[in-house]
Design a protein around this ligand. Structure first.
Ligand SMILES: *Cc1c(COP(=O)(O)O)cnc(C)c1O
Length: 316
């Protein structure tokens, strides 16, 4: 099935704007642009909206009444899943790992406002969490749909294949696209989408977690291509990865925090400490290493994360 034939609900406001970052371009000596997926129009915006358009279309088609998902305590994905499920008349149940800030701050506060049911499990084992979803789903006796952590399966990744297509339709060419890679779906979708719709664009995933993304990225790209019936040969030339995790997933890094401040001070745009700050720090480092030539256009994908900004402590 081609991209436009795969069932998709409308949850966001697309296309998201692309504009130049004049001040930071000047500071870094590069031609830097930003795609504003922090303005996707649901909740506080963010990349998960594009994935949920595909995932929840499948949930609806299957007649689901309950939507389960998971992540850490401050998961932007879980919060946006709750917002989207509310809008579509399904009941969100969030089974979150007891990791990160569990107090009623940031995304926890937003989930309270959304009226979402939140259950904490003291585990790092996702298999245990998915089993709990099945247990609760069976107990409630209503049809349910399970969304994996970050919405990062092949179907969710199509959201970023569609984003690459959207960039092509916006009529702009970029030599480089830089995005955060946390559970992998955004990067995989963007890299596959670039291969299909953006010839000459290299996609760089800034890894903010320690998972084996050199396996996850091409696997998700292949699985997403299979859904689209696209016969593409994925090679290591189709994507680039860079370690930007710092002290650990969801633990702020010094260069990430400096990048958050630079974007706020120079451009009046807020990044977050878990994903976009670390990803932008990677872009800054690449610019300083001379990875971008003067005549090349660089696009930073702002994937959102505003909710998490309100759950950091003053010392960070
Ligand atoms: C989830 C998330 C990411 C990472 O996207 P993945 O598809 O999980 O790799 C990046 N930025 C923000 C703000 C996110 O919430």
């Amino acid at each position: 099935m081609s991209l436009t034939e795969i069932p998709r609900l409308s949850l966001g406001l697309f296309p998201t704007p692309i504009h130049r970052l004049d001040n930071i371009s000047c500071e870094l000596g590069i031609d830097l642009w930003i795609k504003r997926d922090d303005l996707t129009g649901l909740g506080l915006g963010g990349n998960k909206v594009r994935k949920l358009e595909f995932l929840l279309a499948e949930a609806k088609a299957q007649g689901a009444e309950i939507v389960f998902t998971t992540g850490g305590a401050q998961s932007n994905h879980a919060m946006l899943t709750a917002a989207a499920a509310n809008r579509l008349g399904m009941t969100p149940v969030l089974i979150l790992k007891k990791r990160g800030v569990t107090a009623c701050k940031g995304n926890q506060l937003l989930e309270k406002l959304l009226g979402a049911e939140v259950i904490f499990l003291d585990t790092d084992d996702y298999a245990e969490i998915y089993a709990e979803m099945d247990r609760i789903g069976a107990e409630r006796g209503r049809p349910y749909y399970k969304i994996p952590c970050g919405g990062s399966n092949a179907l969710g990744s199509l959201g970023y294949v569609a984003c690459a297509r959207e960039i092509a339709q916006q009529g702009m060419h970029f030599d480089h696209i830089v995005c955060a890679e946390g559970s992998g779906g955004t990067m995989a979708g963007m890299a596959l989408g670039a291969k299909l719709y953006l010839p000459g664009t290299k996609v760089h995933g800034m890894m903010v977690d320690t998972d084996p993304f050199d396996e996850i990225t091409p696997r998700l790209m292949r699985e997403a291509a299979d859904l689209l019936g696209e016969k593409v040969n994925i090679t290591t030339d189709d994507y680039a990865l860079r370690d930007q995790c710092g002290p650990g997933y969801a633990i702020p890094s010094a260069d990430g925090n400096a990048a958050v401040r630079l974007m706020a001070e120079k451009e009046g745009i807020f990044l977050d400490p878990v994903y976009t700050g670390k990803a932008f720090a990677g872009l800054i480092a690449m610019a300083r290493e001379g990875a971008f030539r003067e005549e090349e256009k660089v696009l930073f994908l702002h994937t959102g994360g505003a909710g998490g900004l309100f759950a950091i402590s003053e010392e960070d």
